[in-house]
Design a binder for this molecule. Structure first.
Ligand SMILES: [Zn+2]
Length: 84
């Protein structure tokens, strides 16, 4: 584990999620680990990757009753998010 202070870790995570399109699942997993290690809440950023395989290859399937259904193109798992 790279030693960072909490602010540095936060910056790193912010940077990473600014442009997540071409990130590998492995890289996403590492970032999540860092966030957990430093007790940083990912909040909305959690919605940018698959909770199962950490792929960023997500597709919006439908938006219904203020619930957005997103499908992971990699492993096929579905995630649902409430839209405010
Ligand atoms: Zn997946």
């Amino acid at each position: 584990m790279i030693k960072l202070n909490k602010n540095e870790a936060k910056e790193r995570i912010e940077d990473f999620f600014k442009d997540i399109k071409d990130k590998s699942p492995e890289a996403v997993r590492k970032m999540k680990k860092i966030a957990m290690h430093y007790n940083i809440k990912l909040g909305e950023k959690r919605k940018k990757f698959c909770k199962k395989c950490y792929s960023v290859n997500l597709k919006v399937k439908s938006v219904k009753n203020k619930v957005k259904t997103v499908k992971c193109s990699n492993c096929g798992s579905l995630m649902r998010w409430k839209i405010k």
